[in-house]
Design a protein around this ligand. Structure first.
Ligand SMILES: [Zn+2]
Ligand SMILES: [Zn+2]
Length: 255
């Protein structure tokens, strides 16, 4: 998650999500569950790498497309710009996320994120830095080319980033009336279900419905993860190493 690498941000997120996960857990988990060190390393080390990559992408885009030019988009009300920016980011994010699953070379990068077998708020930060650089880079290019101001991209990307943390939370929370409109943990937990092929959106599940990839069910998936995970250490994941022989899987059953 490109937004976070400060210790206070980690503490603030823990203060927000740990009580929720303890009060309404989807799966029982120890305080320090398996893989927490890898995820904390992602929090502190992957984020700066993502930032570095994004700064390079933004530099190239800004050199080619003037983000400060007058545009029709910038003459619209700010609230409308934000809605449009979120929609565009979601459509591009859907396409990129689906490509990360369907193109073998990209899947190898995205498999880092799907290697989590213990979904919770902290698991949200487990991702290869290239994934965010490519996705956010494509989104930034599109928004800038269309005339959106830099702040609107930052605001919309911030909303998606924070919401992504919530989507991974280990909370038994179903909101049937809004689940078709806004993504909830159940929507994204089904995306992480072993062998699942769908639920690629980050905020608007109806985009998956439009493309016939909404795989949400009334129940919860039995387990998360992938049969093709990378190594479990942060460095192994950064360098996309295969797991050593015997590096086992530990699964937890729903409460
Ligand atoms: Zn995915
Ligand atoms: Zn996820």
């Amino acid at each position: 998650m490109e937004l976070f690498h400060h210790p206070l941000a980690l503490l603030a997120l823990a203060a927000l999500f740990v009580p929720l996960e303890r009060r309404w857990p989807l799966r029982r988990a120890p305080w320090l569950r398996e893989g927490w060190k890898t995820d904390v390393a992602h929090f502190f080390l992957t984020s700066p790498l993502q930032k570095l990559g994004l700064v390079l992408v933004v530099g190239v885009v800004v050199a080619v497309v003037d983000p400060y030019r007058d545009s029709l988009v910038q003459r619209q009300p700010k609230a409308l710009q934000l809605v449009e920016a979120l929609l565009l980011l979601e459509l591009i994010g859907y396409a990129m996320h689906r490509a990360f699953h369907e193109v073998p070379a990209l899947w190898r990068i995205h498999a880092v994120h799907h290697s989590s077998e213990h979904l919770d708020w902290l698991a949200a930060v487990r991702a290869h830095p290239l994934e965010q650089v490519l996705t956010r880079g494509a989104q930034f290019l599109a928004l800038t080319a269309l005339g959106f101001p830099l702040a609107m991209f930052a605001g919309a990307a911030g909303v998606l980033g924070l919401w992504a943390i919530f989507l991974h939370a280990n909370v038994r929370l179903r909101l049937p009336l809004v689940e078709g409109l806004i993504a909830t943990p159940a929507f994204h937990h089904w995306h992480h279900a072993r062998a699942a092929r769908g639920n690629y959106a980050g905020l608007f599940p109806w985009i998956d419905s439009l493309f016939h990839t909404n795989v949400t069910q009334p129940s919860w998936p039995n387990e998360s993860g992938t049969d093709d995970p990378p190594a479990q250490s942060w460095w192994g994941q950064l360098t996309l190493r295969r797991p050593p022989r015997g590096e086992g899987r530990d699964r937890t059953a729903p409460v």
